[in-house]
Ligand binder design. Sequence first.
Ligand code: FAD
Length: 219
Amino acid sequence: MHTHTQVTGVGPGWVEATSNGGNLRMEAVVTLWAAGVQASPLGKLLGAPLDQRGCVLVDGRLNPPGQPEVFVLGDLAHLEQDGRLIPGVAQPAMQMGDHVAKMIAADLAGKPRPPFRYFDKGDMATIGRMDAVAKVEWPFHAHMSGFLAWISWLTVHIFFLIGFRNRVAVFSAWVWTYFTFTRGARLITGDQRLPGWQDQLDAGPAAHAVRPSDAVSQK
Ligand SMILES: Cc1cc2nc3c(=O)[nH]c(=O)nc-3n(C[C@H](O)[C@H](O)[C@H](O)COP(=O)(O)OP(=O)(O)OC[C@H]3O[C@@H](n4cnc5c(N)ncnc54)[C@H](O)[C@@H]3O)c2cc1C
């Protein structure tokens, strides 16, 4: 475990970092990145102020400063409410979408645009088979965990999908993966070989000293 360390480069079989002014190079057959994501580069095109992640700073009507003809919403929007950043999850994105539709309707009716206010209904996360945690803020306040939270998580996620066909398709896929123990959605892009493996195989048996388990413990 390395703290106060910033990753400066990742390549096939290695990770480089700076730590206390010094450089660090770690061999790693498998590299898992969990440091967040950058916003879509689309935000830069607006020429509006961005935050560190590339999200566009917007006002209470979801406009970048001085650009009332442009709406930025969802993950690409940086909006603070009551001193806290509205999180980049589905719930605010959906509410912002509804709100932008209302503002466009207000424009067409010649009425002032209502300001956006995020209504936090709570957070849920599934943490295993038949297991989840939930902090419900609406329509009642509750903290739940275990099977009840898991059933609530399933219900909420299916309910908010758009269209009956999508709901049936996702529900059937989940039932299938649940009973067959198969994995759900997988997104594998780019080169699908494990970085570093081929180099080691090419280098011969001596190079096999770095096994996956070693690489994990080195990290
Ligand atoms: C792995 C993962 C797990 C997540 N799990 C959860 C979860 O459990 N619960 C939750 O609430 N949220 C979750 N989120 C976050 C949630 O997916 C997002 O907050 C939500 O999808 C944001 O909606 P959006 O419409 O702003 O962006 P998106 O859903 O990302 O939609 C943006 C769309 O714009 C398109 N696009 C991008 N650039 C261009 C361009 N130049 N031209 C045209 N189209 C373009 C993209 O292809 C995409 O379709 C998760 C996100 C990830 C990555």
